[in-house]
Ligand binder design. Structure first.
Ligand code: 13P
Length: 244
């Protein structure tokens, strides 16, 4: 169960979140828990979550180790401060910051090389779903990106299926719609990496996950977890999702 805080919260608000949140999920051993915070708040988050079961992640990374890349943050930098996870290829990065399947692959490889666990996002836009192109779009994102990982690399990633039309809109995909997309993705994994890997891969659903719809989503066999935006910003809300 992962929270994506996007561009929300100051360092002080980050610390205050964890003071409330950590005790609320201390008994939850059924899942991994992660919060992906803005870069500048990672030290505050890591310090506040120290010794707990909640791992901290970034929301992006650059693929170079170091160099003249003004404004970028590298895998070794994230690893050095105790970051565990990193989101790669979120649709907002694809939409506003020129992310492509090729750069998603480079970032994923860099994350793995430096010991970070990537949460790689895929998902179709509204017009793509309405024109019946959900599966071709997912196939293209898979084939153009993470299908180039070695089997050893692929075994370490988490995939997040996030239909773009369901992000921040309150329009959650029905559990059946999400399940269909997850099943399709698992089929792509099986064809490329084998049935064993397809069964073992963790695929999260993201898009308007809330305390009141998480149970229905998690009841689907294909859905292994959630990547939560807005509802991860409040301790009680995200805790009730984690403890679904
Ligand atoms: P919301 O949960 O706010 O719809 O955001 C989903 C998301 O983009 C998580 O990465």
């Amino acid at each position: 169960m992962a929270g994506n805080w996007k561009m929300y919260k100051t360092a002080g608000e980050t610390t205050a979140f964890f003071e409330k949140f950590i005790p609320m999920v201390s008994a939850s051993t059924h899942c991994d828990i992660a919060i992906c915070a803005p870069f500048v708040n990672l030290p505050a988050a890591i310090s506040a979550a120290k010794g707990s079961r909640t791992g901290i992640g970034a929301q992006n990374l650059y693929w170079g180790k170091e160099g003249a890349f003004t404004g970028e943050v590298s895998g070794p930098m994230l690893k050095a401060i105790g970051c565990e996870w990193v989101i790669v290829g979120h649709s907002e990065r694809r939409q506003y910051f020129g992310e492509t399947d090729a750069t998603v692959l480079k970032r994923t490889q860099a994350a793995l090389e430096h010991g970070l666990k990537p949460i790689v996002c895929v998902g179709e836009r509204l017009e793509e779903r309405e024109s019946g192109n959900t599966e071709p779009v997912l196939r293209e994102q898979f084939d153009g990106g993470i299908a180039h990982l070695t089997p050893e690399q692929f075994a370490q990633i988490v995939i997040a299926y996030e239909p773009v039309w369901a992000i921040g809109t309150g329009k959650v995909a029905t559990p059946e719609m999400a399940c269909d997309a997850h099943r399709f993705l698992r089929g792509l994994i099986a064809a490329k990496y084998g049935a064993g890997q397809a069964a073992a891969s963790r695929i999260l659903y993201g898009g308007s996950v809330k305390p009141d719809n998480v149970k229905g989503l998690m009841a689907q066999v294909e859905i292994d977890g959630a990547l939560v935006g807005g509802a991860s910003l409040e301790p009680a809300s995200f805790a009730s999702i984690v403890n679904f």
